[in-house]
Design a protein around this ligand. Structure first.
Ligand SMILES: [Zn+2]
Length: 382
């Protein structure tokens, strides 16, 4: 396992790219931001907005863009930005996670009250639960199917209502450096190349699940993107155009407009040191712990990397946070995951054990997985 020379990003992240000096593509992007002509990009964006308005008018459509929202920091920023800075009338699409948290519900209501029309999609919970269980056993991922639904819903509704523009937030190719499959551009149709979506074959997904057919998968399936393009529907990443876009700015911006974070949680229970991510669904907490055991990094590493790149933390200080919080998941969130999946804690960990990267972790005398590596130091896997 090799780490980026600037941040703490390991090369175990799927599809991550490094340059010849051992610097990850996310850090390279951050550096390149200084030489981007942001005024030109903003003008380009204004043009896209202008076209969307004209196109919507031509189609007799009052909505000019579609934004998929959870009510969290990024989607609140996107919605307000589209309305206030671009003068667009957005239709917000909220794919409600199964067993949405109180904070998540507050945040989506908050966004509604800020003056937006929202369509909430609530996929069949019996199917959702079966899918979560299946992906947990097959891939060690509880939320894979629900993430797919989250992505697809904005595209499905834009296609359905023939709305000319989809505004997505962050392009992972830029911020995570996963440009191997996805382009570092504004083109948000490229999300189908993302790791969460790629190779997500519906037939394979539902294979072996009793009582779930392809007809149950409407909200999990991306529409035909070529057909959408032919209809003149465009999908962009706001991050590509908005100089302001950053994790902390989006959080500050959205807190000022009423969103709530995980203020009552012990950070050790949530395995992260910032309180404004993964707000609407508690299953993501246990899922990040599994990710940590699979790849040697969890959400605290992602947060630390953002902070290093954006100059809020030095690499040494960031290391402290990662060592303190990464990969942790409180008993309460393990229980939530077990209850949701309908399995015992023993069964949960039996399955998780099968997905642990044994090159990176060993089991100590108490049966706990411990890292063989030291965060930030290149580690030879024998
Ligand atoms: Zn880096």
């Amino acid at each position: 396992m090799k780490y980026c020379k600037k941040c703490l990003q390991p090369d175990t992240r799927p599809n991550i790219l490094f340059d010849e000096h051992g610097v990850c593509y996310a850090c390279l992007y951050e550096e390149s931001k200084a030489s981007i002509d942001w005024d030109a990009r903003f003008n380009e964006l204004l043009n896209i907005a202008k076209n969307a308005k004209a196109e919507a008018k031509k189609r007799g459509n009052i909505y000019e863009c579609v934004i998929g929202v959870s009510g969290g920091k990024d989607s609140t920023f996107q919605a307000v930005y589209a309305k206030e800075k671009l003068g667009l009338r957005p239709l917000l699409i909220n794919c409600v996670p199964d067993e949405i948290t109180q904070i998540g519900q507050h945040n989506i209501d908050n966004l509604n009250k800020l003056g937006f029309d929202i369509i909430s999609i609530k996929p069949n919970p019996l199917v959702a639960k079966k899918l979560a269980k299946s992906t947990f056993y097959k891939r060690g991922n509880i939320v894979a199917a629900s993430e797919y639904c989250l992505w697809a819903s904005a595209y499905i509704m834009a296609n359905k209502f023939n709305i000319p523009l989809i505004i997505q937030g962050e392009n992972a190719a830029l911020t995570l450096g996963t440009a191997l499959k996805q382009k570092q551009s504004d083109d948000a149709f490229s999300v189908t190349a993302l790791d969460t979506l790629r190779g997500f074959d519906i037939k394979e997904l539902i294979d072996g699940i009793d009582g779930v057919s392809e007809d149950d998968m409407y909200f999990y399936s991306m529409p035909d993107l070529d057909e959408m393009k032919q209809k003149g529907i465009r999908a962009i990443f706001l991050q590509y155009y908005a100089k302001e876009w950053s994790q902390v700015l989006n959080a500050d911006f959205s807190i000022a407009r009423g969103i709530k974070g995980r203020m009552d949680d012990d950070l050790h229970d949530i395995g992260r040191f910032r309180r404004f991510t993964a707000l609407d669904c508690d299953l993501q907490i246990a899922n990040q712990m599994i990710k940590y055991l699979k790849f040697g990094f969890g959400f605290a590493t992602d947060e630390a990397c953002y902070d290093i790149r954006e100059g809020r933390l030095g690499r040494e200080d960031a290391l402290w946070y990662v060592n303190e919080y990464d990969g942790l998941c409180g008993e309460k969130y393990i229980k939530i995951a077990c209850d949701y999946l309908g399995i015992s804690k023993d069964e949960f960990f039996r399955v998780v054990d099968g997905f642990v990267n044994k090159d990176l972790f060993y089991k100590d005398e108490n049966g706990k997985w411990k890292p063989k590596f030291k965060v930030g130091q290149d580690f030879n896997i024998n």
